[in-house]
Ligand binder design. Structure first.
Ligand code: SF4
Length: 334
């Protein structure tokens, strides 16, 4: 019997709760399927439902809104509902006040997921995100000593050029986030982005470009000792997407591209027709153990970061695009 420990997070969705406006790509109601308007009752219902399956959870997580913008009375009721578990919550970088810093001392809040998305102020503004880089840096400065921070980033956002992505990647080491997630932008019906796309104002990036941008961001984060815990969107959104890239193995493809590039730069050209995933590539070409993938990917990323400097060389290297295109072709990614 496997004795691998599985950290279990009970997810509670609070769609748009606390959000002061709608980001142009976001439709939490469609993604989560939750339409309840009473956030407390809805959270209570969700927790009860999960507890019927199991009462062994490490953490209760509040996702899908700007938690710290909720009135303090509601926040406290939600913390009480999570009792006795540790708490994880997602919020916006411009939504942390002194009152929340007090709550961090009173409740077992272990992780704050901050929706950063981009460090290009132009991209943030175009996508309806109302904060700037100094807000982001300030919130990291405040929260880093108090709690683990997981930073969420997006690639191929509306208005994002390669230069914007390179700029974002060049600054991530300054944030010192402990964890990160990377999501490729997709279009949901009913969002402003959907309308812009229908009007021809947004053309989702091709799959190879999306992989290249995700991979460079991944390399930059891992090289800065920020562990990337997720790349790509969950299966629940698959049938709700009207544009953009979704694949259940998107994250594996990104890591495979990273390792294929590493192998080509520092080893031998990988045997792509018999392509079998990044762990296999590492093991067979460098005798690196599969079991220690986390440390290995950090080292791989540091070497690549050194090789491609600020990233423009990453995109200029024809072989990298060739690997990305072949991965997409093999996976049938449009
Ligand atoms: S702040 Fe987050 S949850 Fe709220 S609209 Fe923007 S992306 Fe969606």
């Amino acid at each position: 019997m496997s004795n691998r420990y599985k950290y279990k997070i009970l997810p509670v969705f609070i769609p748009f709760s606390g959000c002061r406006s709608r980001c142009i790509y976001c439709d939490q109601t469609t993604i989560t399927g939750i339409t309840d308007t009473d956030v407390i009752l809805s959270a209570e219902k969700q927790i009860k439902r999960w507890m019927k399956h199991s009462n062994e959870w490490n953490e209760v997580a509040f996702y899908g809104g700007s938690f710290t913008r909720l009135p303090s009375g509601i926040r406290r009721k939600l913390y009480d509902l999570a009792h006795p578990h540790n708490i994880r919550l997602s919020t916006c970088p411009d939504s942390i006040d002194a009152y929340f810093e007090t709550e961090l001392k009173e409740y077992p809040i272990k992780t704050v997921e901050l929706g950063i998305q981009s460090l290009s102020e132009n991209v943030l503004r175009l996508n309806g995100r109302n904060y700037c880089i100094s807000d982001i840096k300030e919130v990291f400065k405040k929260l880093t000593p108090l709690v683990d921070i997981s930073a969420q980033f997006m690639v191929c956002m509306y208005g994002e050029s390669r230069g914007d992505l390179l700029f974002t990647a060049s600054l991530v080491h300054e944030l010192n986030a402990k964890y990160a997630r990377i999501y490729p932008t997709v279009v949901f019906a009913g969002t402003k982005l959907h309308t812009i796309t229908e009007d021809g104002g947004y053309i989702p990036s091709c799959a190879a470009e999306s992989l290249m941008r995700s991979a460079w961001l991944y390399i930059s984060l891992e090289a800065a000792f920020c562990r990337v815990i997720r790349i790509g969107l969950p299966p629940e959104v698959k049938d709700k997407i009207t544009g953009g890239i979704w694949h259940e193995s998107y994250g594996e493809f990104v890591k495979t591209l990273v390792v294929a590039s590493f192998t080509e730069q520092f080893g031998i050209t990988p045997d792509m027709p018999d392509f079998y995933g990044y762990k296999g590539l590492l093991k067979d070409n460098f005798s690196l153990p599969r079991a220690h993938g986390v440390d290995t990917m950090c080292k791989v990323s540091q070497r690549l970061k050194g090789q491609f400097n600020e990233g423009d060389k990453w995109f200029a290297e024809k072989q990298n695009f060739d690997f990305a295109s072949r991965i997409c072709h093999k996976a049938n990614l449009g």
